[in-house]
Design a protein around this ligand. Structure first.
Ligand code: MG
Length: 202
């Protein structure tokens, strides 16, 4: 199983990080070990002073696919959730300047928190509201209609380079509002009004 994450897919988030709008879809990978052990909190790593939350819609791939045409992408996923792409922003900023790979900022243990999956058929996939609460207050709010590249385009593009397999997870980018997490923060992720994820920071 692999975790594939799309970056820079929401305009206001690109602006908040002073990034440029990419011409092509940007993606990177996290290993399976990025998913926290069930029931465990998020452990702040000691190598970073600035861990930020990125709430994202996450698709679960339901069958193997390669060179998937965009018009058939919807046959490759039927479940969705929210996830948190935890990012060591201080490290990412340093390595971005040097043009180095992002893994140490993005793919460390615990950096891919995944919520409970629900059938996508219950939702209008082009208009899914999702949000993140930090200590009871909403800090990030997004809608799938704000994505620069939609689900079907993302799946088609990734599958040109990497074979998708059943169980693979695709993080589809974060909206505006990322912020630093600190010890004892409590994070909750929602699709519409349904809570699918919660985790404590320690
Ligand atoms: Mg992200």
């Amino acid at each position: 199983m692999k975790i594939i994450c799309v970056g820079r897919n929401y305009l206001e988030h690109i602006t908040e990080l002073n990034n440029s709008i990419p011409k092509e879809i940007i993606f990177f990978l996290k290993p399976e070990t990025a998913i926290p052990i069930k029931g465990q909190p998020f452990f702040l790593p000691d190598f970073s002073k600035k861990i930020e939350h990125e709430i994202e819609l996450v698709l679960k791939i339901n069958k193997v696919g390669k060179f998937i045409q965009e018009k058939f992408s919807n046959k490759y996923y039927n479940e969705i959730s929210v996830g948190i792409d935890f990012t060591a922003r201080d490290i990412q900023n340093k390595i971005k300047k040097k043009g180095l790979p992002w893994e140490i900022a993005k793919s460390f243990d615990g950096s891919a928190v995944i919520g409970k999956f629900i059938p996508i058929s219950e939702l209008n996939k082009n208009k899914i509201n999702f949000s993140l609460n930090k200590n009871g207050k909403t800090v990030q709010r997004g809608n799938s209609n704000q994505m620069i590249h939609d689900f079907d385009k993302i799946i088609s593009y990734i599958s040109k380079f990497i074979t998708l397999k059943k169980g693979d997870l695709i993080f589809t980018g974060t909206p505006f509002g990322v912020s630093t997490v600190k010890k004892n923060d409590f994070l909750e992720g929602f699709i519409e009004n349904e809570k699918l994820l919660e985790i404590k920071v320690v």
